[in-house]
Design a protein around this ligand. Structure first.
Ligand code: MRU
Length: 361
């Protein structure tokens, strides 16, 4: 991986989270934000899998796009390595496995890699020349990127309609431009509501242990000029009790057939607080986040990450030696806590089992 540090600040309007170039891909290094804006050059699918695993790129839709770019990098390398169609195919299939396994919870990653493989299969059946296949795969990956961007704009429009005037919106983790092709899912709704004069404040949970809220959501919203207040994860019950929150909007990493939604650890606590105080809790997610092969959220694989993330902050350990750590990266909010799921095709209300399939199935 090669690092490039930018000397000029990147503003929201020209922020590029991921890009595909003729020889490589670039990723905005989210582990360095907000202190440093630097891009990482990715030349191989192995480096892309590592960037996903280490969270240089993160957020469900963004890692899906990164996975699709990884397949393009794989195809380019395979084209140089072999003339054999079978060897070309096997090379890409092996890299696809690596990419699919780089993170387990967000289904957008598997969805995007599988979409690329399905397209590859149709091109191979049509006996398309290998060089042409590489070009077509790049076009497909860029289509995934563009479709995600357009889905975010659509979710923003649908979601903003749900909000009252001067809404004070509580969010968790980062479901913004950084987690997607741009604009964001939950923060896409915030951006649209703010543009319509309907959002007076965003409360951003800091989102322990990796602080995606404290570092990334705040960074995005400050740049966009949207009022944001940073709060600790444990403050939501208190804030709702005091009547400070009109709606909760979060993203999702995987949504099961019954509407159960996995998202960053701590989301479930926020949903419970919202339910107890009658605050509507919305999930904003594109159709690539739905996994209709799962009956309920109990089947969603939950990533467990390293103990170091919990033992300290930014590599500075504060916990004593000998302590044990439990560090699930995600939790599942049951459908009964969710007032509506905002998708690019419209808002889905309960009962989710029927209504999800009607709109998306
Ligand atoms: O571990 P992360 O930072 O990849 O987790 C991200 C989240 O949980 C987001 O809320 C989710 O991916 C939705 S992003 C539009």
């Amino acid at each position: 991986m090669m690092m490039m540090t930018l000397t000029t600040p990147v503003t929201q309007n020209n922020l590029t989270v991921l890009a595909l170039h003729p020889t490589h891909a670039t990723l905005l290094d989210q582990t360095a934000l907000p202190a440093t804006v630097q891009y990482v050059e990715i030349h191989t699918p192995q480096a892309m899998a590592e960037a996903i695993q280490t969270m240089i790129v993160r957020g469900a839709p963004a890692i899906g796009i990164a996975g699709a770019f990884g397949i393009v990098l794989s195809a380019r390398i395979a084209l140089k390595a072999t003339d054999s169609t079978e060897a070309f195919h096997q090379h890409i299939l092996a890299d696809a496995q690596l990419l699919r396994k780089s993170r387990p919870t967000a289904v957008n990653l598997m969805w995007a890699v599988d979409r690329m493989l399905a397209y590859l299969a149709t091109l191979l059946i049509a006996e398309t020349p290998l060089a042409e296949i590489v070009e077509k795969l790049a076009t497909e990956a860029l289509a995934i990127h563009e479709e995600d961007l357009q889905a975010n704009y659509a979710m923003g429009r649908f979601g903003a309609e749900l909000l009252p005037e001067n809404a004070r919106i509580h969010t968790h983790c980062n479901a913004g431009a950084l987690a997607t092709a741009g604009h964001g899912t939950a923060l896409g709704v915030v951006r649209e509501a703010f543009a319509q004069g309907k959002c007076s404040m965003v409360y951003a949970d800091e989102t322990r242990p990796r602080l995606q809220g404290g570092k990334l959501t705040t960074w995005e919203l400050v740049q966009a000029g949207i009022p944001v207040t940073l709060v600790c994860d444990g403050m939501s019950g208190h804030m709702m009790q005091k009547g400070m929150v009109d709606a909760v909007i979060v993203g999702a990493d995987r949504i099961a057939s019954n509407g159960d939604a996995a998202n960053k650890i701590g989301t479930y606590n926020l949903a419970l607080a919202a339910k107890a105080h009658g605050v509507p809790f919305y999930v904003a997610a594109p159709s690539s986040t739905f996994d209709f092969s799962l009956a309920s959220g109990q089947e969603i694989p939950i990533e467990e990450r390293e103990a170091d993330e919990v033992l300290g902050l930014d590599g500075n350990r504060y916990a004593p030696e000998g302590v044990r750590v439990y560090n699930p990266g995600f939790d599942v909010t049951p459908a009964h806590c969710i007032a509506g799921i905002i998708t690019e095709k419209g808002v889905i209300f309960p009962p989710f089992l029927e209504n999800l399939k009607t709109l998306l199935g």
